[in-house]
Design a protein around this ligand. Sequence first.
Ligand code: PHE
Length: 338
Amino acid sequence: MQDALNQIHAAALTALTAVKTLDALESLRVQYFGRNGQLTTVMKGMGKLSKAERPVVGKLANQIRAELNEAFERTAQELQRQQQLQQLADESVDITLPGRKPAYGKAHPVMQSLERITSIFTQMGFQIATGPEVETDYYNFDALNTPSDHPARDLHDTFYLTDGHLLRTHTSPVQIRAMEQQPPPVRIIVPGKAYRVDYDVSHTPMFHQVEGLLVDTHVTFSELKGILTSFARQLFGADTQMRFRPHFFPFTEPSAEVDISCTVCGGEGCRSCGGTGWIEILGAGAVDPEVFHAVGYEPEQVTGFAFGMGVERIANLQFRIPDIRTFYENDLRFLRQF
Ligand code: PHE
């Protein structure tokens, strides 16, 4: 029996050196220590030994079992360590590989123009005001001296909603809302969306405007000219020339359309300006007394001026886009250029 034990001992130690995985180690453990394992079987047979033999063999058996246990434990630890090293090697990061650049978002070109325009006016002391895009006839037209039979309504191809509201056709209704909410003086700039039934190279159904309104006791037309000239020169360069052409808006009197010298040819005349040397950028005028009546201001006590410009048009001049519809086609190849 002692021989059998010694053989098992030697065979187990040899087998252990060949074990390569924790799974193989476990089956080896079962093979020796399991319920029908070799060592277990031998030890079960000890009952048949004589009284004299039993303590000697028992001692040897216990010693061998302890040694083998320890050898199994050592092997298990070594295999675990190797497994961890392997895992670390498999998962290692090659820090010399170039990184993946995150795709940074940028402001849309129209927003870039809108923010630039707004910041020029806020630096001149105008405060930002906003209003709803879903408007009533009253704010979009009537209060702006444009009653329903007024021919100027035809010029605005209005989106009407089924509940009688409409999508504002310009940012001018915010003039009315701002004046209703505060007594003069008023000095606001209104960036926002407007909507018209229109779609061609220079029109999209949704577009952006920036409205300006200044009302105080002694506001003159020359201040309007001064402020707009300063604005245009900051935006398009110090050499920019301005031209005010008489025009008509129901809510301003007198009214003007304002041109700047062509940003492409500088005024010589080219294809961009249709050979005239001038490009229209905004509408403006002195606030009509009827508008003051509508908001409860005294036309005898206050004067003011207002102006409104299309942001896509200005972005167009800044970035030289032949067709403004491309602003809204969401083609990344186009948008990434700004
Ligand atoms: N609301 C006018 C338009 O959309 C522009 C404008 C604003 C003209 C303010 C005069 C004064 O065409």
